[in-house]
Design a protein around this ligand. Structure first.
Ligand code: PLP
Length: 385
């Protein structure tokens, strides 16, 4: 009675699904599996943010809002961009979306045509190439190496520019690598975008989670070429509230709003008021962020040292909450390595296959130190027999 669309069939089946469904199956059998595969903070949403969400419900803020978001929130985002990022986007050059993911989706559909090429540093977050491909554009991976800590080389990037290239996607601090691109690299990429007439879409969802590195917004170098995407999910432990946002050239924001007006209409009204509290009460929020950041920092140190000591070479990432471990010692194929780690060590990790990271698996350290120590003990038994 139905025929699935070419577009839906073109979506790559995720190799993470095989591992995560096996993890669920083991858990159902009562086996205690520790998940190192989650992509969200293990902290609860801060109390002042929750209270604003509850107040919004009680005050009947439960109706449609403007497509681009409530004006107060767009003003608060505009002020946040100026205060924390040195970016100047007026409230009408800002749009609020249902999570960072929808901001990216709207941006790609607003900016890409079939056949356009999009440069994406690899290893990358899987949704970038999949979303780009949905528009009919072509994702082009820009390789980086574990030896350099997955640092982007602007010359490698520029060598991949063709007459069809339209866009560069950046994600620093990055998922899955945790790499933070330094200021000189960002300045060089911005200069390439200006010289070659390219748009930069920069995903800064993990901006606050940096450990001894400085996060710089590339939009400060090439504002007319940059759309900055951010959101409440990772910074304020608000993954389930679904609030993302973007700031950039007004015409791009207007096109994103047009797309949003025919799909989701607006982000959840209640969640918008909660995000407003996170941004307006920014000193309270900053205390929460620092508590989380220092916890992640300590966990990163423990997991990186532990994995390297086990002969699973792992570069030290300077941001986000992920590490990439080389699993040759477990199995030369990362999918098999992830299976063995799950079946024999009862630890769920994500194989690098979909991230364009062969021979590696991703572990998220958004979990307790106690779990991290237990994971290292289990992996120790696996590799040392
Ligand atoms: N960008 C990156 C790099 C992410 O890792 C994620 C979530 O995993 C997102 C965007 C999506 O964020 P949201 O949950 O706000 O849609």
């Amino acid at each position: 009675p139905f025929r699935l669309s070419q577009k839906s069939l073109s979506l790559k089946p995720s190799s993470t699904v095989a591992v995560s469904s096996r993890a669920l199956e083991l858990q159902r059998q009562g086996i205690d599996v520790i998940s190192m595969s989650v992509g969200e903070p293990d902290f609860d949403t801060p109390p002042h943010v929750k209270a604003a969400g509850i107040a919004a419900i009680e005050h009947g803020r439960t109706k449609y809002t403007a497509v681009s978001g409530i004006p107060e929130l767009r003003e608060a985002i505009s002020a946040k961009f100026a205060r924390e990022n040195g970016l100047h986007h007026a409230p009408d050059a800002v749009t609020v979306t249902s999570g960072g993911k929808q901001a990216l989706f709207n941006a790609f559909f607003a900016l890409l045509n079939p056949g356009d090429e999009v440069l994406i540093p690899a290893p990358y977050w899987v949704s970038y190439p999949e979303m780009v491909a949905l528009t009919g554009a072509v994702p082009v991976a820009v390789p980086t190496t574990p030896e350099s800590g997955f640092q982007l080389d602007p010359d490698v990037l520029e060598a991949l520019v063709t007459p069809r290239t339209r866009m560069i996607v950046l994600n620093s601090p990055g998922n899955p690598t945790g790499a933070v691109f330094p200021q000189d690299v960002l300045a060089a990429v911005a200069a390439i975008a200006q010289r070659r007439g390219l748009m930069i879409v920069t995903d800064e969802m993990y901006e606050h989670l940096v450990y001894g590195a400085e996060q710089v917004s590339i939009g400060t170098f090439a504002p007319e070429h940059t759309l900055t995407v951010n959101g409440a999910s990772k910074a304020y432990a608000m993954t389930g509230w679904r609030i993302g946002y973007a700031g950039g050239p007004k015409a791009v924001i207007a096109a994103m709003n047009a797309i949003q007006s025919q799909s989701t209409s607006n982000a959840s009204s209640v969640s918008q008021y909660a995000a407003l509290a996170a941004l307006e009460q920014h000193e309270e929020t900053a205390r929460f962020i620092e508590m989380a950041r220092s916890a992640y920092h300590e966990r990163r140190d423990v997991i990186v040292a532990g994995l390297n000591a086990l002969g699973l070479p792992t570069p030290t990432p300077h941001g986000a909450f992920y590490v990439m471990a080389n699993t040759d010692r477990v199995h030369p194929d990362e999918l098999e390595a992830a299976r063995r780690i799950l079946d024999e060590a009862r630890v769920a990790v994500v194989p690098g296959t979909d991230f364009a990271a062969p021979g590696q698996v991703r572990l998220s350290y958004a979990t307790s130190l106690e779990n991290i120590h237990e994971v290292l003990a289990r992996l120790g038994q696996l590799v040392e027999g």
